[in-house]
Design a binder for this molecule. Structure first.
Ligand code: ADP
Ligand code: ZN
Length: 291
């Protein structure tokens, strides 16, 4: 049995065909242009592939409440043309199969929990630090949605003493995303993030903000593992620094044996590596089929 998967991003939509045990057998990358053109191209990829269900993990904010009249649409995004776009309706015009629909980070969290680093655990977080910052959460075995869906990339953070950057979030200025996303790093230092040497102060600030955020999520959600992905996390030296910052922010308050380790098994890269998003969408397809 084959399943379809869409990882919808601001620059590209990756479409894949996979099996119910998480193997991707075919994939294609479509540049993100207007909603109609992008989805039409995606749908022509899936036509005649014989998929039994489709999973969509997409950038947002999106409406993920099946009871809502706007279920399956993009809500408000600064991205031109995409606000209010009814993605799920578009897909349903082409495919008469079960479709799972969730945020890109919820999908990645699900993928990691079914086939990756959080396998067998009922509580995990997946955070991406890239063009934006987003976090997907699984709590007691379920993806967290609630009112809309969590927006943990936009939390309030305490400013680093050495940091005078105003922040670049169009809504909040110096929220976490405004201070620590890839574009924030690049604007603050006027250099490409991948060209900043490991010893640059940029990374001290970055670990401080990400570590602070993770400490807050640990205090509020009690995840059993935290997975960090996204372009910025290609800077592998950030992992030990973020782990240090988490311990420093928590200051021995959370009493669990894992916090007497160096957190190497607690704050980890995605086991599915670059496939976390696409495998996550595949996992959404699998869930939709079972449902
Ligand atoms: P997206 O968030 O659009 O899905 P990515 O997760 O690849 O895409 O994030 C892109 C961001 O990651 C860019 O803003 C860039 O600053 C940053 N980035 C990409 N590669 C690297 C790298 N090797 N080192 C540091 N930063 C990187
Ligand atoms: Zn914000």
């Amino acid at each position: 049995m084959l399943l379809g998967a869409i990882e919808g991003g601001g620059t590209k939509f990756v479409c894949g065909i996979g099996t119910s045990d998480g193997q991707i057998v075919e994939r294609v990358s479509i540049p993100t242009t207007t909603p109609e053109a992008t989805l039409d191209e995606a749908m022509s990829f899936f036509s005649n592939k014989g998929i039994a269900a489709l999973g969509i993990g997409t950038f947002g904010p999106i409406d993920v409440n099946p009871q809502s009249p706007a279920y399956g649409s993009v809500t408000s995004t600064p991205k031109p043309h995409w606000s209010g776009y009814r993605m799920l309706d578009h897909v349903k015009r082409f495919l008469d199969i079960p479709v799972g629909f969730d945020t890109d980070v919820n999908a990645a969290a699900l993928g990691e929990s079914v086939w990756g680093a959080a396998k067998g655990l009922r509580n995990c977080l997946y955070m991406t630090v890239g063009t934006g910052i987003g976090v997907g959460a699984i709590v007691e075995g379920n993806l967290v949605h609630g009112l809309l869906h969590p927006e943990m990339g936009h939390i309030v953070v305490k400013r680093h003493l050495l940091d005078s950057y105003a922040g670049n979030c169009p809504f909040h200025g110096d929220c976490l995303e405004g201070m620590a996303s890839g574009p924030a790093v690049e604007k603050r230092w006027e250099r490409k993030a991948n060209e900043l040497e490991a010893s640059h102060t940029a990374w001290e600030l970055e670990s401080y903000y990400i570590g602070q955020a993770l400490a807050n999520y640990i205090l509020t959600l009690s995840p059993e593992i935290i997975i960090l992905g996204g372009g910025i996390m290609n800077q592998a030296h950030l992992f030990p620094r973020i782990r240090e910052q988490v311990k420093s922010h928590l200051n021995r308050y959370v009493q669990h044996p894992v916090f007497s380790t160096d957190l190497e098994t607690y704050i980890v890269p995605p086991a599915l590596a670059g496939n976390a998003g696409l495998c996550g969408a595949l996992a959404l397809a699998k869930e939709a089929l079972i449902r």
